[in-house]
Write a protein that binds this ligand. Structure first.
Ligand code: MN
Length: 260
């Protein structure tokens, strides 16, 4: 590769031939949190507290303290997050290979199916149909599940909790096996609070995207937005977790480079 390739990239961005689409939701005190049964440990909600703001606590500067769980808002899941991925090498936020941070995007548009059924699950066949229109999902791709669920972020419909748990879209186990084993993707990105369906605790295996993706040493991106601004193929996703030592994930800034 010539140095010109990277120069073309930055001149393309400054000339507007390549657009940057932010895929990240804002972090604030109402950032939706996955609800898990009370007998399990719970994730801290996002909290922010002002240290000073050009005042007697600090006359020349503004800064804050914040706290939250690793899996808060738009965030990056690494393999150590799941018991199935705990023995992989380089499986934590500080050790994942740098190649994890950039990948081609394949955007699976399932908006109509998810509007019709909030419990919609992507099947292996669904992915094969996508491939028949858009080409084979390349190795190392980020497969992004477009549901438009991100547009519900500020409403109860985002978590869509009922008495029997959340009702949000996800994946059939065979779809994840196909992506991980037959397509060797980088991982799966979703617009919902976590990478699995709201009802994934009744799937077999439970939480198939977590179980099988991390079991295959692959990654996840949750609570993405603006997937409606991406083409089915041709965009590049850039996202990286904070370098927390032995961390299981972290809020991240995720964005895409899109040909204009
Ligand atoms: Mn997560």
């Amino acid at each position: 590769m010539s140095a010109q390739t990277l120069i073309n990239l930055v001149t393309g961005i400054s000339a507007g031939a390549i657009r940057i689409v932010d895929l990240t939701q804002p972090l604030h005190e109402h950032t939706p949190l996955l609800s898990i049964p009370p007998e399990f440990g719970q994730s801290w909600p996002f909290k922010i507290e002002e240290i000073s703001k050009y005042d007697d606590r600090g006359p020349g500067w503004y800064w804050n303290n914040f706290s939250c769980g690793e899996h808060t808002g738009t965030h990056f899941d690494v393999p150590i997050h799941w018991v199935s991925g705990k023995d992989h090498e380089k499986n934590a936020t500080d050790t994942v290979p740098n190649e994890a941070f950039i990948g081609a995007a394949c955007v699976i548009d399932a908006v109509a199916d998810c509007q019709a059924n909030p419990d919609f699950l992507v099947s292996r066949d669904y992915l094969m149909q996508w491939e028949s229109k858009n080409g084979t999902i390349p190795a190392g791709a980020w497969v992004l599940f477009r549901t438009d669920w991100s547009k519900k972020y500020d409403s109860d419909e985002f978590l869509n909790n009922r008495e029997d748990g959340g009702h949000t879209p996800g994946w059939e186990p065979d779809a994840i096996r196909f992506l991980a084993d037959e397509r060797n993707v980088k991982g799966a990105g979703v617009e919902t609070v976590g990478t699995d369906a709201g009802q994934s605790f009744i799937q077999d295996p439970q939480f198939p995207c977590h179980n099988l993706m991390h079991g295959a040493n692959k990654y996840g991106l949750a609570a993405l937005c603006n997937l409606d601004q991406l083409p089915a193929t041709g965009a590049v996703v850039i996202a990286a977790p904070l370098k927390i030592e032995n961390g299981s994930g972290s809020p991240c800034r995720a964005f895409a480079l899109v040909p204009a």
